[in-house]
Design a binder for this molecule. Structure first.
Ligand code: ZN
Length: 174
């Protein structure tokens, strides 16, 4: 079991464009276990969080791990091929912010993603609502984008304690 340190906002590594996985055997294997172990530990510690992207734990690779009741699995080399014009506002935060503050930002209601799983099997899936905003959050990390980059109104920021009191709803982006 390997728990990796989280790369925090302000660290330039969080802003890099991650590299695609070419060699599933050599490049992917070390990333898979680290993502799963670290997310599972974070979920225990923070009592929140549904996904983690490899760059957040220091692997500059295009791999995302999501662990929720509705969907658990790895997305390798994911690419969003469709975004619904309809958006919705979500309160989002991030392990790379230690979930110390939350931002209310717009996300696409429905997206379609092409990706492979860890066995290099191809998938083409549609995600809506909670899973849609989660996937957008995690895939953003592969392009050096964090949720606070999507703020359209700088007043839509809340510290965690205030968010817990006022706005907490089921599921946040992270
Ligand atoms: Zn994040």
């Amino acid at each position: 079991m390997v728990i990796r340190d989280t790369v925090l906002l302000g660290d330039p590594r969080l802003r890099e464009i991650a590299d695609p996985i070419y060699d599933y055997e050599k490049e992917l294997r070390p990333v898979l276990e680290d993502l799963k172990d670290t997310l599972t530990e974070h979920q225990r510690l923070y009592k929140m969080g549904r996904g983690l992207a490899a760059p957040q734990i220091g692997h500059n690779k295009r791999v995302v791990y999501v662990q929720t009741e509705a969907f658990t699995g790895y997305l390798v080399n994911p690419s969003i091929v469709y975004k619904s014009p309809e958006t919705f506002d979500v309160w989002d935060s991030c392990f790379s912010m230690n979930a110390e503050f939350f931002v209310k930002i717009p996300r696409h209601r429905r997206i379609k993603i092409k990706y492979t799983d860890q066995f290099s099997e191809f998938h083409n899936d549609t995600f809506t609502d909670d899973l849609s905003e989660l996937m957008q959050h995690e895939i953003d990390h592969l392009d050096g984008i964090v949720c606070s980059d999507h703020l359209t109104n700088m007043q839509n920021i809340a510290m965690r304690a205030e968010w817990e009191k006022r706005y907490r709803v089921k599921g946040v982006g992270m």
